[in-house]
Design a binder for this molecule. Structure first.
Ligand SMILES: C[S@@+](CC[C@H](N)C(=O)[O-])C[C@H]1O[C@@H](n2cnc3c(N)ncnc32)[C@H](O)[C@@H]1O
Length: 213
């Protein structure tokens, strides 16, 4: 298929499946207005993450990398009434904005925003394992650590998802620590005997692994 047709098909899918409501659009707009980097998921990626959370009937989910709460809102909307999302961010400014947006979305009962380093907070959360899903969208050097945590603390049938698995193509000729973080993460995911996994060619690559053992 040529690139024009591929682009038209992407637009077709976005037109008929992706529903970004006013609240989610507001969160993206506020992210820019507060001077935060606009590195949140795109709406079609948010939908995909939401679908996977629903498909594994998740009730207990952890996200590393909240930013302004955009992806957290997509995820939390897929949870049942007794479901819970814990989203982690090292930035106090990002956490404050995420909390405000989650409150505005009517999801404050389901979502806790924890400020701190992803590795340290995940270590503390381990006592509440097993979890149903982990979504990773933060510091790239720590992706391998986040995968190890998922391998240990997800239930059988639980899923790990990671944004930026293609890292703009830099995984093909890695140079920086971040590049190697992604390369190592993708290899760990591909080779771990307890996971069935792939990278979905959406956006910058969405890595997905299901714990089957
Ligand atoms: C790409 S943004 C997350 C976007 C968000 N998932 C969304 O789609 O709306 C990455 C976030 O990770 C946070 N972050 C970076 N390093 C971190 C770390 N070591 N621990 C926790 N959060 C971290 C940053 O402050 C930033 O808000």
């Amino acid at each position: 298929m040529n690139e024009t047709i591929t682009q038209q098909l992407r637009e077709y899918v976005n037109d008929i499946f992706v529903r970004e409501d006013e609240l989610l659009a507001f969160v993206r707009q506020q992210t820019a207005e507060h001077g935060l980097p606009q590195i949140n998921l795109q709406p079609h990626e948010g939908l995909m993450v939401q679908l996977f959370v629903r498909m594994c009937a998740a009730r207990k989910v952890v996200e590393v990398g909240a930013l302004a709460g955009y992806s957290a809102i997509w995820i939390a909307r897929a949870l049942p009434s007794d479901g819970r999302l814990i989203t982690i961010d090292k930035s106090s400014q990002h956490c404050a904005l995420a909390r405000a947006h989650i409150q505005r979305a009517g999801l404050a009962d389901k979502v806790s925003v924890l400020q701190g380093d992803g590795r340290q907070i995940l270590d503390k959360l381990a006592v509440d394992a097993p979890f149903d899903a982990l979504f990773v969208d933060a510091d790239k050097v720590s992706y391998p650590h986040y995968f190890s945590w998922a391998a240990e603390h997800l239930r059988c049938g639980g899923i790990v998802m990671a944004h930026n698995a293609f890292w703009g193509g830099q995984i093909l000729s890695p140079q920086s620590e971040d590049d190697y973080g992604l390369v190592r993460f993708n290899q760990m995911l591909a080779e771990h005997p307890a996971f069935e996994s792939t990278i979905i060619e959406v956006g910058d690559g969405l890595a997905l692994g299901v714990k089957v053992d």
